[in-house]
Each structure stands twice: as structure tokens, then as C-alpha cells.
Write a protein that binds this ligand. Structure first.
Ligand SMILES: Nc1ncnc2c1ncn2[C@@H]1O[C@H](COP(=O)(O)OP(=O)(O)OP(=O)(O)O)[C@@H](O)[C@H]1O
Ligand SMILES: [Mg+2]
Length: 317
């Protein structure tokens, strides 16, 4: 198997703002063709600054970045043709209708009238905005406006997409609708870099995730590997009407795959790599040894766990 070529590549990429804030510090990143890559980090981590440098909006202090093989500092105009951008704030043109926001974007990128018209219609269908085509963008809900921003970003068919906190502030339904769209774009072969401070989003959507804090990458891997690196991936929580401490010892000694046990609030927490196939074993063993079970649940480790272990703080702080 050959490794897909890098589509986004940075080395030593650094931004120090006037006043001295080191917003991005010596970033080394390789994003491969077709990946959905996530930058996950709390407020002020440097997500927007990173996306800004990669999309030619912010000039790095030092280091370099290439997108599609094009140096974004030396050849910004060329780089811009390869990228679609969904910024953190709404940048739709409020003097235009929904359809016109797409149409004029296409024209600006050199599409002929006929292609720009038909592409706008196609994207309005794909993004479920067709019935709002002639509305002013002011009249859109937050979720619709965000879908239109994504539609506009892909209008000139760029191979690489940058989305800065695409679902921040959206209700759960709109968030899921946007995740579906990003899944479709991924399926169409786009390489996608998205920033987020929602660990579920990074976990569910991204092939690989860089966890960043204070301008530095503190961990980078697939969501699964990141969670494994945090220790036990999955916790079984077992309640019994008998002695939980005795049950904990029994499970630790008798069930293969149990990594650790603890009694928390009278319930047995069992750390395992995977709960697959374990539940019937646990139930049978407990009942056979005189531990009637009153409850059993499974909790998966999250990227939040990883962040807390690495930084000692919460993603939302
Ligand atoms: N124009 C600017 N001038 C000075 N400092 C800035 C500027 N823009 C950002 N910063 C600082 O740089 C750091 C990183 O900011 P950035 O906006 O990249 O973070 P972020 O991860 O996108 O945060 P958020 O989740 O709030 O969007 C922060 O400390 C911020 O205050
Ligand atoms: Mg930001």
C-alpha cells in the first residue's frame, strides 16, 4: 500500500502576534489526500490562526506551509484556487440572495455563467437549501447559513477544504446535518481540515486528530489510538446487591481483558480495551459466584479524557 501524498504540509510554522502572543508555535503537520483531519483544542489554542495561515489570510512569523504542493506565502493566489474556506464567522454577502452568494462566488473564480448557474442549483439541492434559493441570507437559520457557507466553499470545486469550527453554536440537529454533508464531501474525495473544540466532532468525523493547546500539538493520531493512549478505552460499570469490592476482585482475576477495577460510589468500574464479547462473561461469572447484578452499563473513553490527562484541564475551561 502506498501512502497518499501530503496535501497539507507545514514545518516550523509559527505565528507571534504583535504584542508577543505566540499563537502557533513550531507546527509540524502532514495531512494526506482524502483525509478529514481535525485540529481539536480549547479557546485560544491557535486553531483559527493555523487555519488562517494555511488559507493565506494570516502571514506566518516563521516556518512554511504548502497546500497541494503550493507554498501559501510565496504563491497565495495559486494556493487560493486549491482551497475552499469556511471561516469561524459568517461572511455571507447580506446584500445577495442565497443563490447569488453561490453564483457570484463561482463567477469570481472564473466559472462561466451557465456553469455557475447550474452548479449553484446542484449545490442548493445537495445542501437542502433549494427552497430558500431566493431568500436573503439574513432570513436563514444558523444551520442553514452554515450549510450555505460550506456550499460556497466547494462551489469552485477546490480539492482541499478548511472549516473553522463549522458547527459551533449550532443545535444538535443542524450539527448532525452538517456532519452528514462533510461525510459526503469526504466521500467525493475532498481533503478536509476542520477545527473544533467539540471532542465528539473530532472523534466521529476525523480520520486523524491533532490535539492542540497554547499553540502546540500535544498529541496527534487517529481518535482510536489517542483514546487507547489514555489507558483503558472502555469502562463497564457494574452494580450488584452483594459486596462490590469482592465482585471487583473476582472480575479482575477471572475475566481476561480486564485492565483495572475500582469501586466508585458503590459500583464496580471495570477498565477494558473493548467491551466486545465481555458482557455475557461478566454476567455469567457474577451470577455463578453469588453476585446478583442490578445494573450494567458501558462507557467509552473520549478525547476529552485524553485532553485532561495531557493538560490537567478541561477542554471547555
Ligand atoms: N489579531 C490578533 N492579535 C493578537 N493576538 C491574537 C490575534 N488573534 C488571535 N490572537 C491570540 O492568539 C491566540 C490564539 O488565537 P486563535 O484565535 O488562533 O485561537 P482559537 O483556537 O481559534 O480560539 P477560539 O476557540 O476562541 O476560536 C489567543 O491567545 C488569541 O488571543
Ligand atoms: Mg478560532
Amino acid at each position: 500500500m502506498t501512502t497518499p501524498s501530503p496535501v497539507i504540509e507545514t514545518s516550523g510554522l509559527t505565528k507571534v502576534y504583535p504584542g508577543g502572543v505566540r499563537a502557533v508555535d513550531d507546527l509540524e503537520l502532514v495531512v494526506r489526500a482524502g483525509e478529514i483531519f481535525g485540529l481539536l483544542g480549547p479557546n485560544g489554542a491557535g486553531k483559527t490562526t493555523t487555519a488562517g495561515m494555511l488559507t493565506t489570510r494570516i502571514i506566518p512569523t516563521s516556518g512554511w506551509a504548502r497546500v497541494g504542493g503550493v507554498d501559501v506565502v510565496a504563491r497565495p493566489a495559486e494556493a487560493k484556487r486549491l482551497i475552499g474556506v469556511v471561516p469561524q464567522t459568517n461572511t455571507l454577502d447580506r446584500s445577495l440572495t442565497v443563490r447569488e452568494n453561490l453564483y457570484f462566488h463561482g463567477r469570481f473564480f472564473g466559472m462561466d455563467v451557465r456553469t455557475a448557474r447550474s452548479e449553484a442549483v446542484r449545490l442548493l439541492e445537495q445542501f437542502r437549501l433549494a427552497d430558500r434559493a431566493d431568500a436573503r441570507v439574513d432570513a436563514l437559520s444558523g444551520g442553514m447559513a452554515q450549510r450555505l457557507m460550506v456550499a460556497r466553499a466547494v462551489m469552485h470545486r477546490p480539492p482541499v477544504l478548511f472549516l473553522d469550527e463549522p458547527t459551533a453554536g449550532l443545535d444538535p440537529q443542524s450539527r448532525i446535518a452538517l456532519w452528514e454533508i462533510l461525510g459526503q464531501l469526504h466521500g467525493e474525495g475532498h481533503t478536509i481540515l476542520l477545527t473544533t473544540h467539540y471532542m465528539e466532532e473530532a472523534d466521529q468525523l476525523c480520520d486523524r486528530v491533532a490535539i492542540i493547546d497554547q499553540g502546540k500539538v500535544i498529541a496527534l493520531d487517529t481518535p482510536g489510538a489517542l483514546k487507547r493512549s489514555a489507558g483503558a478505552e472502555t469502562t463497564l460499570i457494574v452494580s450488584t446487591s452483594a459486596d462490590p469490592t469482592a465482585l471487583a476482585s473476582l472480575l479482575l482475576s477471572e475475566v481476561a481483558g480486564v485492565l483495572d477495577v475500582a469501586v466508585v460510589d458503590g459500583r464496580v468500574h471495570v477498565g477494558v480495551h473493548s467491551s466486545q464479547g465481555l458482557l455475557p462473561l461478566v454476567v455469567q461469572l457474577a451470577e455463578r459466584n453469588g453476585f446478583p447484578l442490578t445494573d450494567l452499563s458501558v462507557t467509552e473513553a473520549t478525547l476529552e479524557t485524553v485532553f485532561i490527562r495531557l493538560t490537567g484541564k478541561d477542554l471547555r475551561e
